[in-house]
Design a protein around this ligand. Structure first.
Ligand code: ZN
Length: 446
């Protein structure tokens, strides 16, 4: 049965950044099949499937290219620390104490928050074990995702949180075989070696070879986030972080590097020539005091930049609105108020995220032939502009997750009138508390 959505206006994010008013969108199964003036449609053909939203603005779903669903539970438990300390004292012991039930709840809480904030696609890095729980939740929740277990075969910071090189590769391969391109292609595999400090060269290189067996999968890791981290990389390999990745041949248009803050001129050249993607996580970078990535420079060099919230304990929320606002504001004092304008940032949050994941033919804009991943915003609220002078600035500088009214993924509603269709909010919050209490007890014993 075809659906017809008639919103107040449509922010298409197509090549010309067209904004449409008095238009409707036809959806058949999971695809946008027609966009046209309302008068072009015979409403009798859609019967009970007409969704009239005269006060809502329709935008493409947000794409976040760096998330850790496994950490959602740890929000507020690792505060005011520097990266390596934060990992060693808190995040590694916590992740190491996950069991299947706690990981499931962490994923549920994360997906619930992301969807209610208008995020419809994520690139997720899991933890070492129980990745199948995350895939199960991605599947049930209708989330579009590229996800994979975290790979770590060295760990000097927290030695008990580790796996063998062989196991890491074998389990990743088996998971990719089981989950890549499932749910009609909505779910794909993303190989996720954590970062140089937790991976042998063999692991990093052989993971790239594994990835080649799964067309459409991604290589997802962290790089050049923090000065102490880069210093350890220099001691280990006598090279800068991205230079090292180039040396072992893992850069490329299927590689997403989270952060990319501490890089030199040569590395910028390597990112550009290899078409490697940078996932910019401004909240996380500020909270962990890691630094400010030179995003305007990357954009001038035509390097792919997209946005991500990173994990809940370094943010402390998972809202793309927060990342968009900060991505814009933090560059203005360094450059000028004209830098990182609202339209540029809105594109990073949508179509540029899709391009980073090589999904630009499927998602990232509202165009015929693309998947129906759509968000309707209520911008007629007191926290908003009274007159829509610039819709992009309204969204980037004023709006937040509270303005998200409806969310559709793959042609199905997952949020209606601001409420999740998938999860019982009170139930997952309550169950999450119980699971977290038990996890913290296990962490003490470990
Ligand atoms: Zn991260």
């Amino acid at each position: 049965m075809k659906k017809l959505i008639i919103p107040k206006n449509i922010i298409t994010v197509n090549e010309q950044n067209t904004i449409l008013t008095n238009h409707a969108i036809e959806i058949e199964h999971n695809l946008i099949t027609k966009i046209g003036e309302v008068s072009e449609f015979n409403l009798a053909n859609y019967k009970d499937n007409i969704f009239n939203f005269p006060n809502l603005t329709l935008i493409p779903g947000f794409v976040q290219t760096h998330v850790h669903l496994c950490q959602t539970m740890f929000r507020g438990l690792a505060e005011d620390m520097e990266l390596l300390d934060w990992l060693q004292k808190k995040i590694f012991p916590f992740e190491n104490s996950h069991n299947k039930a706690s990981l499931k709840l962490s994923a549920q809480l994360g997906i619930h928050e992301l969807q209610k904030g208008g995020t419809t696609t994520i690139l997720d890095m899991g933890t070492i074990r129980f990745e199948e729980e995350i895939f199960d939740e991605l599947n049930k929740s209708k989330m579009r995702a590229i996800a994979g277990k975290c790979m770590m075969d060295i760990n000097d910071l927290y030695p008990s949180f580790i796996e063998s090189t062989e196991d890491s590769l074998k389990v990743s391969y088996e998971l990719a075989k089981e989950f890549h391109n499932t749910a009609e292609g909505r779910i794909k595999y993303g190989f996720a070696p954590r970062f140089v400090l937790s991976c042998t060269e063999q692991l990093l290189k052989e993971t790239k070879e594994l990835m080649m067996d799964f067309p459409g999968s991604m290589y997802h890791t962290h790089s050049s986030e923090n000065e102490s981290e880069v210093e350890v990389v220099r001691q280990m390999h006598n090279m800068e972080n991205i230079e090292y990745f180039s040396h072992i041949d893992i850069l490329g248009d299927h590689t997403v590097l989270a952060h990319g803050i501490h890089v030199n001129e040569k590395e910028i050249g390597l990112l550009k020539s290899s078409q490697t993607r940078i996932s910019h996580c401004p909240s996380s970078n500020l909270k962990l005091g890691s630094g400010i990535a030179d995003i305007p420079r990357y954009l001038k060099e035509n390097i792919s930049v997209s946005l991500g919230a990173d994990g809940a304990p370094c943010n402390n929320n998972l809202s793309q609105f927060t990342e968009m606002r900060l991505a814009s504001l933090i560059q203005k004092p360094r450059y000028s108020p004209t830098e990182m304008d609202a339209l540029t940032v809105f594109r990073l949050a949508t179509i540029e995220g899709a391009k980073a994941l090589n999904l630009q033919n499927e998602i990232g804009s509202v165009e015929v032939g693309k998947k129906a991943d759509l968000v309707l915003l209520d911008l007629e609220k007191p926290n908003q502009t009274l007159i829509e002078e610039n819709i992009y600035s309204t969204i980037i500088y004023s709006a937040n997750s509270e303005n998200v009214s409806e969310v559709m993924i793959d042609g199905e509603w997952v949020v209606i009138k601001g409420e999740s269709v998938i999860y019982d909010e009170n139930e997952i919050y309550k169950k999450g508390k119980t699971e977290l209490t038990e996890l913290l007890n296990r962490a003490k014993l470990n």
